[in-house]
Design a protein around this ligand. Structure first.
Ligand SMILES: NC(=O)c1ccc[n+]([C@@H]2O[C@H](COP(=O)([O-])OP(=O)(O)OC[C@H]3O[C@@H](n4cnc5c(N)ncnc54)[C@H](O)[C@@H]3O)[C@@H](O)[C@H]2O)c1
Length: 270
C-alpha cells in the first residue's frame, strides 16, 4: 500500500551500512509511493555516488559534519527544518572502530574518541530530533494514550540506533568499542521507556561482522577471514542485509515494535 512521503535524517551514510540504508530507503517499494526526503550527515567530505536509477533529487548532503559537535548539529537541524518542517525518522549509523589493541591497554584518548562518536554522537542527534518531534506535536508531548481515537498511542516518529553485536560479545582488544555500543543499547532502552508512550518508537539494530570500510580498516585480511569463519553463518553480512532490517523497522509493518534490539548476525538467541 502506498503511504505518505517520509523525511529521514541519516548519519554516517556516505559509507558502509549507512550508505546501504540510504540506498534501501531510496529504492521505490511501490509505484505510487512518493519518494522520501533524506538528509544525510557525515564527517567525510565527498558524498557518495548513487546509482543513476535512484531518485536523488530529494537527498540533501551535509558533508564535513561531525556528530560530536552539539553546536554544529543544532545548526544543521536549523537548516534541515527550514527545508523539511516535519522530520519523521532518524537513523544513527555514524561510528568508528579503531583497530584492536591486543594484549595491551587502549589509551584515554582512544577511549574518549570512541565514546564521543559512537555514544555522544547518538545522544546529540537523538536529543535534537526528540526536541523537534515532541515540541511539534503537543498531543504526543503530553502523552495521550487516546490520541488515535482510543486506538492507542499515535506514533509519529521513529529512531533506529546502530549498536553492535560487540556490545554483548566483545571481540578481543576492543574494550572501548564494545563499551560504547553497550551504552548505545542502554541509551535506546532508556529513551524507549521515556518516549514510546509519547509517540516515538525507539529501536536498536546490532549487526554482527559486516564487510564495510570500517572492518577493512580495523582488521587485517587474516583477522577478517577468521572472524567470518567463526560467525554463525560462516561469513560476514553484506551491508544491504543490515539495511533491509533497518528498513523494516522504519518503513511500516513494525509500528508495534519499540524498545527492541534486533541482532543481525545469523546467530540464535531463543
Ligand atoms: N561493519 C561492521 O562489522 C559493524 C558491525 C556492528 C556495528 N557496526 C556499526 O555500524 C555503523 C556503521 O559502520 P560501517 O561498518 O558502515 O562503517 P563505515 O566506516 O563504512 O561508515 C561509517 C560512517 O560514519 C562516518 N563517521 C565517522 N565518524 C563520524 C563523525 N564523528 N561524525 C559524522 N560521521 C562520522 C564515516 O565518515 C563513515 O561514512 C557504525 O556505528 C558501526 O559501529 C558495524
Amino acid at each position: 500500500m502506498p503511504s505518505d512521503s517520509k523525511t529521514y535524517i541519516l548519519t554516517g551514510s556516505f559509507s558502509g551500512i549507512g550508505l546501504a540504508i540510504l540506498t534501501h530507503l531510496l529504492t521505490p517499494k511501490h509505484p505510487d509511493t512518493p519518494p522520501p526526503t533524506i538528509h544525510v550527515l557525515d564527517l567525510a567530505s565527498a558524498p557518495p555516488t548513487l546509482p543513476a536509477t535512484l531518485p536523488t533529487a530529494i537527498i540533501h548532503f551535509y558533508p564535513n559534519t561531525d556528530v560530536t559537535s552539539r553546536a554544529g548539529i543544532t545548526a544543521i537541524f536549523d537548516r534541515i527544518l527550514a527545508q523539511s518542517p516535519q522530520i519523521d525518522e532518524l537513523i544513527n549509523s555514524a561510528g568508528i572502530c579503531p583497530p584492536p589493541t591486543i594484549g595491551g591497554f587502549e589509551n584515554d584518548e582512544l577511549f574518549d574518541r570512541v565514546l564521543d562518536v559512537n555514544l555522544r554522537g547518538t545522544w546529540i542527534l537523538g536529543t535534537e530530533f526528540l526536541k523537534h518531534v515532541l515540541n511539534k506535536d503537543a498531543d504526543a508531548a503530553a502523552g495521550n494514550p487516546g490520541a488515535a481515537g482510543g486506538g492507542g498511542v499515535h506514533v509519529r516518529a521513529a529512531i533506529v540506533n546502530i549498536a553492535s553485536r560487540a556490545a554483548f560479545s566483545p571481540p578481543p582488544g576492543m574494550v572501548a568499542y564494545a563499551t560504547s555500543k553497550y551504552a548505545v543499547l542502554g541509551l535506546t532502552k532508556a529513551w524507549a521507556k521515556e518516549y514510546t508512550s509519547r509517540g516515538v518508537r525507539l529501536n536498536c539494530v546490532a549487526p554482527g561482522g559486516t564487510r564495510t570500510p570500517l572492518v577493512d580498516s580495523a582488521l587485517t585480511e587474516g583477522m577478517i577471514d577468521a572472524y567470518a569463519e567463526s560467525a554463525p553463518m560462516g561469513r560476514l553480512a553484506a551491508p544491504e542485509e543490515i539495511a533491509s532490517v533497518v528498513g523494516f523497522l522504519l518503513e511500516g509493518g513494525a509500528g508495534f515494535v519499540s524498545g527492541q534490539m534486533v541482532v543481525v548476525d545469523g546467530g540464535y538467541y531463543l
